[in-house]
Design a protein. Structure first.
Length: 129
């Protein structure tokens, strides 16, 4: 395993949590193995591993980009990651405010609905444990 891939897996686990990464790895097949290697090395091993900006800032940027581009299926995963990146609810709200102004109100509105539901689930899970 390359150093970049090792770094990527460590950062991915730090941001998304062991349970998420373990589930993703358990579901990996020959169809998505190359893609998983690509995101582990490129996204997690290079972009997220860079110390140029904080994990909190990366979280906010990622959420804003996902919302702006309409890639909403990954928003809950990255909302959950805020518990490990240091991005607060207010940070998420601010990121989606930027989406509203620069990418459109409907995209921000959809992202906020997803954020509300995901934060509620997180709070319920925390209360249950």
């Amino acid at each position: 395993m390359s150093e970049t891939k090792k770094t990527g897996e460590a950062v991915r686990r730090a941001v998304l949590g062991d349970a998420h990464v373990d589930r993703a790895q358990a579901m990996e097949t020959e169809i998505d193995a190359a893609f998983q290697a690509l995101i582990t090395e490129g996204a997690w091993g290079r972009v997220w591993a860079s110390d140029a900006i904080s994990l909190r800032e990366r979280s906010m940027i990622t959420l804003a980009l996902l919302a702006a581009l309409g890639n909403v299926e990954e928003i809950p995963m990255h909302i959950r990651a805020t518990a490990r990146t240091g991005a607060s609810k207010q940070d998420v709200i601010e990121a989606f405010q930027h989406v509203a102004i620069y990418a459109g109100v409907p995209r921000a509105n959809q992202a906020l609905k997803i954020a509300k539901a995901t934060f509620s689930e997180m709070e319920a899970e925390a209360a249950a444990s």
